[in-house]
Design a protein around this ligand. Structure first.
Ligand code: NZQ
Ligand code: ZN
Length: 377
Protein backbone atom coordinates (compact mmCIF):
# COMPACT_ATOMS: atom_id res chain seq x y z
CA UNK A 1 0.00 0.00 0.00
CA UNK A 2 1.35 3.40 -1.02
CA UNK A 3 -0.49 6.24 0.69
CA UNK A 4 0.16 9.96 0.45
CA UNK A 5 0.69 12.90 -1.84
CA UNK A 6 2.38 11.98 -5.11
CA UNK A 7 2.30 8.18 -4.73
CA UNK A 8 0.65 7.70 -8.11
CA UNK A 9 3.91 8.68 -9.78
CA UNK A 10 5.42 5.47 -8.37
CA UNK A 11 3.16 3.11 -10.34
CA UNK A 12 5.63 2.63 -13.23
CA UNK A 13 8.57 2.03 -10.92
CA UNK A 14 6.66 -0.61 -8.94
CA UNK A 15 5.46 -2.42 -12.06
CA UNK A 16 8.96 -2.44 -13.54
CA UNK A 17 10.50 -3.71 -10.33
CA UNK A 18 7.86 -6.46 -10.21
CA UNK A 19 9.02 -7.48 -13.68
CA UNK A 20 6.20 -6.17 -15.89
CA UNK A 21 6.76 -4.33 -19.15
CA UNK A 22 3.28 -4.28 -20.69
CA UNK A 23 0.00 -3.39 -18.95
CA UNK A 24 -3.65 -2.63 -19.54
CA UNK A 25 -4.60 0.78 -18.15
CA UNK A 26 -8.24 0.51 -17.11
CA UNK A 27 -10.30 3.59 -16.18
CA UNK A 28 -13.79 5.04 -16.15
CA UNK A 29 -15.02 8.35 -17.59
CA UNK A 30 -13.52 11.82 -17.79
CA UNK A 31 -12.67 12.17 -14.09
CA UNK A 32 -9.38 10.29 -14.17
CA UNK A 33 -8.01 12.73 -16.74
CA UNK A 34 -9.54 15.83 -15.15
CA UNK A 35 -8.01 14.89 -11.79
CA UNK A 36 -4.56 14.57 -13.40
CA UNK A 37 -4.26 10.91 -12.40
CA UNK A 38 -4.18 9.60 -15.96
CA UNK A 39 -1.25 11.86 -16.92
CA UNK A 40 0.65 11.07 -13.75
CA UNK A 41 0.29 7.31 -14.21
CA UNK A 42 1.07 7.40 -17.93
CA UNK A 43 4.21 9.50 -17.32
CA UNK A 44 5.33 7.11 -14.66
CA UNK A 45 4.77 4.05 -16.90
CA UNK A 46 6.68 5.67 -19.77
CA UNK A 47 9.48 6.72 -17.41
CA UNK A 48 10.07 3.08 -16.50
CA UNK A 49 9.71 1.56 -19.94
CA UNK A 50 6.30 0.01 -19.28
CA UNK A 51 4.17 -0.17 -22.45
CA UNK A 52 0.45 0.33 -21.96
CA UNK A 53 -2.81 -0.34 -23.78
CA UNK A 54 -5.97 1.46 -22.73
CA UNK A 55 -9.49 0.47 -21.86
CA UNK A 56 -11.62 3.39 -20.67
CA UNK A 57 -15.36 3.78 -20.20
CA UNK A 58 -15.99 1.62 -17.13
CA UNK A 59 -19.23 3.06 -15.81
CA UNK A 60 -20.52 3.24 -12.24
CA UNK A 61 -22.39 -0.03 -11.50
CA UNK A 62 -19.96 -1.69 -13.91
CA UNK A 63 -21.24 -4.09 -16.51
CA UNK A 64 -19.80 -7.52 -17.30
CA UNK A 65 -19.70 -6.55 -20.99
CA UNK A 66 -16.84 -4.13 -20.23
CA UNK A 67 -14.96 -6.95 -18.50
CA UNK A 68 -15.31 -9.08 -21.62
CA UNK A 69 -14.04 -6.21 -23.80
CA UNK A 70 -10.97 -5.72 -21.59
CA UNK A 71 -10.22 -9.45 -21.53
CA UNK A 72 -10.23 -9.39 -25.35
CA UNK A 73 -7.73 -6.50 -25.41
CA UNK A 74 -5.41 -8.27 -22.98
CA UNK A 75 -5.51 -11.54 -24.90
CA UNK A 76 -4.67 -9.94 -28.22
CA UNK A 77 -1.79 -7.79 -26.95
CA UNK A 78 0.48 -9.90 -24.74
CA UNK A 79 -0.37 -7.79 -21.72
CA UNK A 80 1.12 -8.93 -18.42
CA UNK A 81 -0.71 -6.94 -15.73
CA UNK A 82 -3.54 -4.48 -15.17
CA UNK A 83 -3.49 -0.96 -13.71
CA UNK A 84 -6.95 0.10 -12.54
CA UNK A 85 -7.21 3.87 -12.02
CA UNK A 86 -10.58 4.90 -10.64
CA UNK A 87 -13.17 4.23 -7.97
CA UNK A 88 -14.78 1.02 -6.83
CA UNK A 89 -16.34 0.40 -10.23
CA UNK A 90 -13.00 0.42 -12.05
CA UNK A 91 -11.15 -1.56 -9.38
CA UNK A 92 -13.98 -4.12 -9.11
CA UNK A 93 -13.86 -4.54 -12.89
CA UNK A 94 -10.11 -5.10 -12.79
CA UNK A 95 -10.63 -7.94 -10.31
CA UNK A 96 -13.07 -9.71 -12.62
CA UNK A 97 -10.81 -9.14 -15.60
CA UNK A 98 -7.77 -10.50 -13.75
CA UNK A 99 -9.68 -13.72 -13.02
CA UNK A 100 -11.39 -13.94 -16.41
CA UNK A 101 -8.34 -13.51 -18.57
CA UNK A 102 -6.84 -16.83 -17.46
CA UNK A 103 -10.11 -18.75 -17.63
CA UNK A 104 -11.43 -20.58 -20.69
CA UNK A 105 -15.11 -19.88 -20.06
CA UNK A 106 -17.09 -16.66 -19.67
CA UNK A 107 -16.09 -14.31 -16.85
CA UNK A 108 -19.69 -14.14 -15.55
CA UNK A 109 -19.28 -17.81 -14.51
CA UNK A 110 -17.42 -16.58 -11.41
CA UNK A 111 -20.23 -14.23 -10.42
CA UNK A 112 -22.95 -16.82 -11.07
CA UNK A 113 -20.95 -19.35 -8.96
CA UNK A 114 -20.61 -21.66 -11.96
CA UNK A 115 -16.81 -21.52 -11.67
CA UNK A 116 -14.29 -20.78 -8.94
CA UNK A 117 -11.50 -18.28 -9.36
CA UNK A 118 -8.29 -19.99 -10.50
CA UNK A 119 -5.08 -18.36 -11.72
CA UNK A 120 -5.31 -14.56 -11.97
CA UNK A 121 -3.43 -11.79 -13.74
CA UNK A 122 -1.84 -9.35 -11.24
CA UNK A 123 -3.49 -5.97 -10.99
CA UNK A 124 -2.54 -2.66 -9.39
CA UNK A 125 -5.15 -0.31 -7.92
CA UNK A 126 -4.90 3.47 -8.12
CA UNK A 127 -7.84 4.74 -6.06
CA UNK A 128 -9.32 8.07 -7.20
CA UNK A 129 -12.31 8.05 -4.86
CA UNK A 130 -12.59 6.48 -1.41
CA UNK A 131 -15.84 4.74 -0.57
CA UNK A 132 -16.04 1.00 -1.21
CA UNK A 133 -12.58 -0.06 0.06
CA UNK A 134 -12.26 -2.09 -3.12
CA UNK A 135 -8.67 -0.83 -3.25
CA UNK A 136 -7.95 -2.83 -0.09
CA UNK A 137 -10.21 -5.88 -0.29
CA UNK A 138 -10.80 -8.91 -2.49
CA UNK A 139 -14.42 -8.32 -3.53
CA UNK A 140 -15.69 -7.41 -6.97
CA UNK A 141 -19.28 -6.29 -7.62
CA UNK A 142 -20.47 -6.42 -11.22
CA UNK A 143 -23.80 -6.30 -13.11
CA UNK A 144 -25.14 -8.47 -15.89
CA UNK A 145 -27.38 -5.97 -17.66
CA UNK A 146 -29.23 -8.64 -19.61
CA UNK A 147 -30.52 -10.49 -16.56
CA UNK A 148 -30.53 -7.42 -14.26
CA UNK A 149 -28.37 -9.18 -11.70
CA UNK A 150 -25.76 -7.26 -9.71
CA UNK A 151 -23.70 -9.46 -7.45
CA UNK A 152 -20.46 -9.70 -5.54
CA UNK A 153 -17.57 -12.13 -5.92
CA UNK A 154 -15.08 -12.51 -3.07
CA UNK A 155 -11.87 -14.50 -3.38
CA UNK A 156 -8.47 -14.10 -1.72
CA UNK A 157 -6.86 -14.18 -5.17
CA UNK A 158 -8.56 -10.87 -5.97
CA UNK A 159 -6.55 -8.56 -3.72
CA UNK A 160 -4.66 -5.87 -5.62
CA UNK A 161 -0.92 -6.62 -5.91
CA UNK A 162 -0.24 -3.05 -4.80
CA UNK A 163 -2.51 -0.13 -4.01
CA UNK A 164 -1.86 3.58 -4.45
CA UNK A 165 -3.97 6.17 -2.61
CA UNK A 166 -3.13 9.84 -3.11
CA UNK A 167 -5.81 11.78 -1.18
CA UNK A 168 -5.07 14.91 -3.22
CA UNK A 169 -6.22 13.05 -6.36
CA UNK A 170 -9.66 13.10 -4.73
CA UNK A 171 -9.96 16.89 -4.43
CA UNK A 172 -12.14 16.85 -7.55
CA UNK A 173 -14.67 14.29 -6.25
CA UNK A 174 -18.05 16.08 -6.32
CA UNK A 175 -19.87 16.74 -3.03
CA UNK A 176 -22.69 14.41 -4.06
CA UNK A 177 -20.18 11.63 -4.64
CA UNK A 178 -18.54 12.27 -1.25
CA UNK A 179 -21.96 11.81 0.35
CA UNK A 180 -22.81 8.65 -1.62
CA UNK A 181 -19.42 7.11 -0.91
CA UNK A 182 -19.47 8.15 2.74
CA UNK A 183 -22.87 6.56 3.30
CA UNK A 184 -21.54 3.38 1.72
CA UNK A 185 -18.57 3.34 4.12
CA UNK A 186 -20.79 3.89 7.19
CA UNK A 187 -23.10 1.09 6.03
CA UNK A 188 -20.14 -1.28 5.57
CA UNK A 189 -19.28 -0.94 9.25
CA UNK A 190 -22.92 -1.37 10.30
CA UNK A 191 -23.38 -4.48 8.13
CA UNK A 192 -20.75 -6.21 10.24
CA UNK A 193 -21.53 -4.57 13.59
CA UNK A 194 -25.11 -5.82 13.63
CA UNK A 195 -24.50 -9.28 12.17
CA UNK A 196 -25.30 -11.04 15.45
CA UNK A 197 -21.86 -12.36 16.40
CA UNK A 198 -21.68 -12.50 20.23
CA UNK A 199 -18.65 -11.68 22.42
CA UNK A 200 -16.76 -9.40 20.07
CA UNK A 201 -16.42 -6.38 22.36
CA UNK A 202 -13.12 -5.15 21.00
CA UNK A 203 -14.42 -5.35 17.44
CA UNK A 204 -17.51 -3.40 18.49
CA UNK A 205 -15.35 -0.70 20.10
CA UNK A 206 -13.31 -0.48 16.90
CA UNK A 207 -16.43 -0.26 14.74
CA UNK A 208 -17.99 2.42 16.96
CA UNK A 209 -14.82 4.52 16.72
CA UNK A 210 -14.74 4.04 12.98
CA UNK A 211 -18.34 5.18 12.55
CA UNK A 212 -17.82 8.17 14.86
CA UNK A 213 -14.81 9.18 12.72
CA UNK A 214 -16.73 8.73 9.48
CA UNK A 215 -19.69 10.79 10.78
CA UNK A 216 -17.28 13.60 11.54
CA UNK A 217 -15.11 13.34 8.43
CA UNK A 218 -17.77 12.99 5.71
CA UNK A 219 -19.45 16.40 6.23
CA UNK A 220 -16.02 17.97 6.73
CA UNK A 221 -14.78 16.54 3.43
CA UNK A 222 -17.95 17.76 1.69
CA UNK A 223 -17.46 21.26 3.13
CA UNK A 224 -13.69 21.37 2.44
CA UNK A 225 -13.10 19.32 -0.71
CA UNK A 226 -9.48 20.43 -1.07
CA UNK A 227 -8.37 19.94 2.52
CA UNK A 228 -5.65 17.29 2.30
CA UNK A 229 -5.69 16.24 5.96
CA UNK A 230 -9.44 15.66 5.97
CA UNK A 231 -9.30 13.79 2.66
CA UNK A 232 -6.46 11.63 3.91
CA UNK A 233 -8.19 10.71 7.15
CA UNK A 234 -11.42 9.99 5.32
CA UNK A 235 -9.66 7.85 2.68
CA UNK A 236 -8.10 5.74 5.41
CA UNK A 237 -11.36 5.42 7.37
CA UNK A 238 -13.30 4.35 4.27
CA UNK A 239 -10.67 1.72 3.48
CA UNK A 240 -10.80 0.36 7.05
CA UNK A 241 -14.59 0.13 6.83
CA UNK A 242 -14.38 -2.86 4.46
CA UNK A 243 -10.82 -4.14 4.43
CA UNK A 244 -11.50 -7.07 6.75
CA UNK A 245 -10.49 -5.41 10.02
CA UNK A 246 -14.10 -4.94 11.18
CA UNK A 247 -15.10 -8.57 10.74
CA UNK A 248 -11.96 -10.18 12.17
CA UNK A 249 -13.26 -12.48 14.91
CA UNK A 250 -16.84 -12.37 13.62
CA UNK A 251 -18.48 -15.66 12.74
CA UNK A 252 -19.15 -14.51 9.19
CA UNK A 253 -18.32 -11.51 7.10
CA UNK A 254 -21.24 -9.31 7.98
CA UNK A 255 -24.95 -9.37 7.25
CA UNK A 256 -25.10 -7.57 3.88
CA UNK A 257 -28.82 -8.12 3.32
CA UNK A 258 -29.16 -4.34 2.84
CA UNK A 259 -26.46 -4.49 0.20
CA UNK A 260 -28.30 -7.31 -1.60
CA UNK A 261 -31.50 -5.22 -1.58
CA UNK A 262 -29.50 -2.24 -2.85
CA UNK A 263 -27.87 -4.25 -5.62
CA UNK A 264 -31.28 -5.35 -6.95
CA UNK A 265 -32.21 -1.66 -7.27
CA UNK A 266 -28.93 -0.75 -8.98
CA UNK A 267 -29.23 -3.66 -11.42
CA UNK A 268 -32.74 -2.65 -12.51
CA UNK A 269 -32.55 1.16 -12.48
CA UNK A 270 -28.81 1.88 -12.43
CA UNK A 271 -29.44 3.40 -8.98
CA UNK A 272 -26.44 4.90 -7.19
CA UNK A 273 -25.06 2.42 -4.64
CA UNK A 274 -24.95 4.90 -1.72
CA UNK A 275 -28.54 6.05 -2.41
CA UNK A 276 -29.85 2.50 -2.35
CA UNK A 277 -28.29 2.07 1.10
CA UNK A 278 -29.53 5.36 2.57
CA UNK A 279 -33.04 4.19 1.67
CA UNK A 280 -32.91 0.51 2.57
CA UNK A 281 -30.54 0.22 5.50
CA UNK A 282 -32.55 2.14 8.16
CA UNK A 283 -35.62 0.10 7.24
CA UNK A 284 -33.63 -3.13 7.46
CA UNK A 285 -32.45 -1.98 10.92
CA UNK A 286 -36.05 -1.45 12.08
CA UNK A 287 -37.05 -4.85 10.68
CA UNK A 288 -34.32 -6.90 12.38
CA UNK A 289 -33.43 -4.91 15.51
CA UNK A 290 -35.16 -7.27 17.95
CA UNK A 291 -32.78 -10.03 16.87
CA UNK A 292 -29.86 -8.07 18.36
CA UNK A 293 -31.33 -5.34 20.55
CA UNK A 294 -28.17 -5.19 22.66
CA UNK A 295 -26.08 -4.11 19.65
CA UNK A 296 -28.65 -1.64 18.31
CA UNK A 297 -29.01 0.05 21.72
CA UNK A 298 -25.25 0.03 22.31
CA UNK A 299 -24.61 1.57 18.88
CA UNK A 300 -27.11 4.35 19.59
CA UNK A 301 -25.52 5.13 22.94
CA UNK A 302 -21.87 4.94 21.96
CA UNK A 303 -22.05 6.45 18.48
CA UNK A 304 -24.78 9.07 18.96
CA UNK A 305 -24.75 9.54 22.73
CA UNK A 306 -28.39 8.50 23.06
CA UNK A 307 -29.15 8.32 26.78
CA UNK A 308 -32.49 6.52 26.93
CA UNK A 309 -32.44 3.81 29.65
CA UNK A 310 -34.71 1.54 27.62
CA UNK A 311 -32.86 -0.58 25.02
CA UNK A 312 -35.89 -0.55 22.75
CA UNK A 313 -36.15 3.26 22.82
CA UNK A 314 -32.40 3.74 22.47
CA UNK A 315 -32.26 1.37 19.47
CA UNK A 316 -35.14 3.18 17.75
CA UNK A 317 -33.60 6.58 18.39
CA UNK A 318 -30.23 5.38 17.07
CA UNK A 319 -31.88 4.30 13.81
CA UNK A 320 -33.55 7.71 13.53
CA UNK A 321 -30.15 9.37 14.00
CA UNK A 322 -28.67 7.24 11.21
CA UNK A 323 -31.50 8.34 8.89
CA UNK A 324 -31.09 11.97 9.91
CA UNK A 325 -27.37 11.77 9.15
CA UNK A 326 -28.06 10.38 5.67
CA UNK A 327 -30.67 13.09 5.07
CA UNK A 328 -28.25 15.80 6.25
CA UNK A 329 -26.00 14.73 3.37
CA UNK A 330 -28.86 15.19 0.92
CA UNK A 331 -29.43 11.47 0.43
CA UNK A 332 -32.84 9.97 -0.38
CA UNK A 333 -34.70 7.99 2.30
CA UNK A 334 -37.59 6.63 0.20
CA UNK A 335 -37.70 4.47 -2.91
CA UNK A 336 -40.17 6.83 -4.51
CA UNK A 337 -37.56 9.62 -4.33
CA UNK A 338 -35.38 7.72 -6.82
CA UNK A 339 -38.30 6.90 -9.11
CA UNK A 340 -38.84 3.22 -8.33
CA UNK A 341 -42.34 2.17 -9.47
CA UNK A 342 -44.30 0.57 -6.62
CA UNK A 343 -45.49 -2.26 -8.85
CA UNK A 344 -41.86 -3.43 -9.29
CA UNK A 345 -41.34 -4.23 -5.62
CA UNK A 346 -42.24 -7.92 -5.86
CA UNK A 347 -39.91 -8.53 -8.77
CA UNK A 348 -37.15 -6.67 -6.94
CA UNK A 349 -37.70 -8.77 -3.81
CA UNK A 350 -37.38 -11.99 -5.81
CA UNK A 351 -34.11 -10.77 -7.32
CA UNK A 352 -32.68 -9.52 -4.00
CA UNK A 353 -33.34 -12.75 -2.11
CA UNK A 354 -32.72 -15.65 -4.47
CA UNK A 355 -32.42 -19.24 -3.25
CA UNK A 356 -32.30 -19.59 0.52
CA UNK A 357 -32.41 -15.85 1.14
CA UNK A 358 -30.00 -13.13 2.31
CA UNK A 359 -28.49 -11.85 5.54
CA UNK A 360 -27.11 -13.43 8.67
CA UNK A 361 -28.64 -11.66 11.69
CA UNK A 362 -31.98 -12.71 10.26
CA UNK A 363 -32.13 -14.75 7.09
CA UNK A 364 -34.52 -12.82 4.87
CA UNK A 365 -36.68 -14.53 2.30
CA UNK A 366 -38.63 -12.89 -0.50
CA UNK A 367 -41.56 -11.87 1.72
CA UNK A 368 -39.24 -10.27 4.34
CA UNK A 369 -37.46 -8.30 1.63
CA UNK A 370 -40.79 -7.24 0.16
CA UNK A 371 -41.85 -5.96 3.60
CA UNK A 372 -38.63 -3.93 3.87
CA UNK A 373 -39.04 -2.51 0.37
CA UNK A 374 -42.63 -1.56 1.21
CA UNK A 375 -41.48 0.13 4.43
CA UNK A 376 -38.88 1.96 2.34
CA UNK A 377 -41.39 3.17 -0.23
O1 NZQ B 1 -17.30 8.18 -14.43
P1 NZQ B 1 -16.00 8.78 -14.00
O2 NZQ B 1 -15.61 9.96 -14.81
O3 NZQ B 1 -14.93 7.78 -13.84
O4 NZQ B 1 -16.27 9.44 -12.55
C1 NZQ B 1 -16.49 8.66 -11.39
C2 NZQ B 1 -17.92 8.16 -11.26
O5 NZQ B 1 -18.83 8.92 -12.00
C3 NZQ B 1 -16.37 9.60 -10.21
N1 NZQ B 1 -14.99 9.80 -9.77
C4 NZQ B 1 -14.07 8.87 -9.43
N2 NZQ B 1 -12.92 9.47 -9.06
C5 NZQ B 1 -13.10 10.80 -9.19
C6 NZQ B 1 -14.43 11.01 -9.64
N3 NZQ B 1 -14.90 12.24 -9.89
C7 NZQ B 1 -14.07 13.28 -9.69
N4 NZQ B 1 -12.80 13.15 -9.22
C8 NZQ B 1 -12.28 11.93 -8.95
N5 NZQ B 1 -11.04 11.81 -8.46
O6 NZQ B 1 -17.11 8.98 -9.19
C9 NZQ B 1 -18.24 8.34 -9.80
C10 NZQ B 1 -18.50 7.03 -9.10
O7 NZQ B 1 -17.44 6.14 -9.32
P2 NZQ B 1 -17.56 4.66 -8.79
O8 NZQ B 1 -16.26 3.97 -9.03
O9 NZQ B 1 -18.78 4.01 -9.32
O10 NZQ B 1 -17.78 4.90 -7.21
P3 NZQ B 1 -17.51 4.02 -5.98
O11 NZQ B 1 -16.08 3.99 -5.64
O12 NZQ B 1 -18.48 4.46 -4.96
O13 NZQ B 1 -17.86 2.51 -6.47
C11 NZQ B 1 -19.20 2.05 -6.50
C12 NZQ B 1 -19.23 0.61 -7.00
O14 NZQ B 1 -18.54 -0.27 -6.11
C13 NZQ B 1 -19.43 -1.32 -5.68
C14 NZQ B 1 -20.78 -0.66 -5.77
O15 NZQ B 1 -21.82 -1.59 -5.78
C15 NZQ B 1 -20.68 0.11 -7.06
O16 NZQ B 1 -20.87 -0.72 -8.17
N6 NZQ B 1 -19.04 -1.83 -4.36
C16 NZQ B 1 -17.89 -2.51 -4.27
C17 NZQ B 1 -17.50 -3.12 -3.10
C18 NZQ B 1 -16.23 -3.84 -2.95
N7 NZQ B 1 -15.45 -3.98 -4.00
O17 NZQ B 1 -15.90 -4.30 -1.85
C19 NZQ B 1 -18.37 -3.13 -1.91
C20 NZQ B 1 -19.40 -2.07 -1.94
O18 NZQ B 1 -20.41 -2.40 -1.03
C21 NZQ B 1 -20.00 -1.83 -3.28
O19 NZQ B 1 -20.99 -2.80 -3.57
ZN1 ZN C 1 -21.31 -0.87 -0.22
Amino acid sequence: MFFGRGVNSRVGEELASDGFSSVLLLYGGASVKAAGVYDEVVRSLAGHGVRFFECGGVKPNPSVSKLREAIGIIRSNEIEAIVAAGGGSVIDSAKGISAGVRYDGDVWDFYSRKAQVGPVMPFYAVATVSATASEMNCTSVVTDDETEVKTGLTDFALFPSKTFIDPSAQFSVPVKQIADGGIDAVCHVMETYFDGTPDVDLQMEYAEGLVRSLLELIPKAAANPRDYEIRAQYAWAAACALNGTTWAGHSGKGDFASHAMGHALSAKYDAVHGETLSIVMPNWMRYVMHGNLYAFARFARRVFGVDSPSDEDAAREGIERVSEFFRSLGAPLRLREIGVPEEDLEDLARKAAPGSGVGSLKKLGVSDVLDIYKASY
